[in-house]
Write a protein that binds this ligand. Structure first.
Ligand SMILES: Nc1nc2c(ncn2[C@@H]2O[C@H](COP(=O)(O)OP(=O)(O)OP(=O)(O)O)[C@@H](O)[C@H]2O)c(=O)[nH]1
Ligand SMILES: [Mg+2]
Length: 378
């Protein structure tokens, strides 16, 4: 089935909540899903949270509900159904048949957003690689139809020539992309150069997507990096040199955001991007503290760091968007209190204090033994 996300398309969001989760907090997840759909530039015309006692082994969702959804999708002229969870290739196929429209799962949705946002050659290659790896297991039974490659979450409008690519050709493409990636990575390393790297400590702004990393980066560097109320506004890392009031200098790097259940294929493909995490001497972990589940989001980010074996560097928490809450009501756990500054990049509240803390952090870093020599330039 054709999946086209190049132009704003009408989408229905179907979010199955299964078993135990029935009683859990699905609302925050559902809100995030809607943000993802919006960030993918889809036109969300209908949505349904489907509570399931158990999963239907063929279609995930029961027949009656699917028929109802199909009727709604038909009536609204929906182009695409977004499934709020990940589905096996066969379930996805069965759902497409039952609903009569193409279905993208959560991973494909995220990959699609990345595809739309990637600007650099490296980013584009990384995303295509991740999309192909995601597609490969879904090919069997699709008659080898390759319908969801390219710029978007589905891509290929009607009339455009349908790509008929078999596994072998995908394999070849993956091979080519990997070579390309190696080359751009090599180039990037040369560009970044080790000289510059050694001269200044490097601080990486990390955090959950939409936390305000780019906004803080802009504030601290007076750069104009895209800061948008969209998930994954930043894909290509940006580095700037900053000079602090104390005359200390550092490299500040803005990084790609993290999301819950980051698709494994993406983590793999973006390893080079996450190299910025690796290169960093310390992190400024930006948190949207106006979100009730901010603590869980901190843990999600730390989980990714753990997966990449990059946990354990000095970290300063920048608890952002304090203008949206009553900061005095904020109850920070002890572990966070010691290393956190409450800020707002909107009102500049707390920024002087943050800068002071960054200076303290840099001071402490210079006293630490040099970080292990690394990938850069070696
Ligand atoms: N109210 C309020 N909004 C903020 C604040 N800081 C950032 N924002 C908004 O939050 C949204 C996301 O900000 P970004 O700086 O793009 O966030 P990011 O962490 O770089 O996001 P990704 O690159 O998508 O991971 C934008 O609409 C900002 O204007 C703040 O202190 N208060
Ligand atoms: Mg950003």
């Amino acid at each position: 089935m054709q999946k086209n996300l190049d132009t704003p398309e009408k989408a229905i969001l179907v979010y199955p909540v299964v078993g135990k989760a029935l009683f859990g907090d699905w609302q925050a997840d559902f809100d995030e899903l809607k943000e993802l759909v919006r960030s993918a530039d889809l036109d969300l015309v209908d949505e349904e949270v489907v509570f399931l006692k158990e999963v239907n082994s063929k279609t995930l969702i029961g027949k009656g509900k699917l028929e109802e959804l199909r009727g709604r999708a038909d009536a609204l002229g929906v182009d695409l159904a977004v499934l709020g969870v990940n589905a096996s290739p066969s379930k996805e196929r069965n759902l497409e048949e039952a609903l009569g429209v193409p279905v993208v799962d959560r991973t494909q949705l995220i990959l699609g957003i990345f595809a739309k946002r990637a600007r650099s050659k490296e980013g584009k290659v990384q995303v295509e690689l991740a999309q192909l790896r995601d597609l490969l297991p879904r090919l069997s039974g699709k008659g080898g139809q390759l319908s969801r490659l390219g710029g978007g979450i589905g891509t290929r409008g009607p009339g455009e020539k349908k790509l008929e690519v078999d596994r072998r050709r995908i394999g070849t493409r993956i091979h080519v992309l990997k070579q390309d990636l190696k080359q751009v990575e090599r180039h990037r390393r040369l560009q970044r150069g080790s000289g510059r790297r050694e001269a200044f400590p490097m601080l990486a702004l990390i955090g959950y997507t939409n936390a305000g990393k780019s906004s803080l980066f802009n504030m601290l560097t007076h750069a104009h990096v895209v800061a948008e109320d969209k998930l994954f506004a930043t894909l290509d890392p940006t580095v700037r040199r900053v000079r602090l009031p104390s005359a200390q200098e550092a490299l500040l790097v803005d990084t790609v955001g993290i999301i819950r259940d980051m698709p494994e294929n993406l983590l793999q493909a973006f390893r080079a991007t996450f190299e910025d995490f690796e290169q960093a001497d310390a992190y400024i972990h930006v948190v949207d503290v106006s979100q009730p589940n901010y603590r869980a989001k901190i843990e999600e980010v730390n989980d990714v760091l753990r997966k990449l074996e990059l946990l354990g560097k000095p970290v300063l928490y920048a608890l952002n968007k304090s203008d949206l809450i009553q900061p005095e009501k904020l109850r920070l756990e002890e572990d966070l209190k010691k290393q956190a500054v409450v800020i707002s990049t909107k009102t500049s509240d707390g920024i002087p204090k943050l800068i002071e803390s960054v200076e303290g952090l840099l001071e402490a870093l210079t006293k630490l033994p040099a970080p292990k020599g690394g990938a850069v330039g070696s």
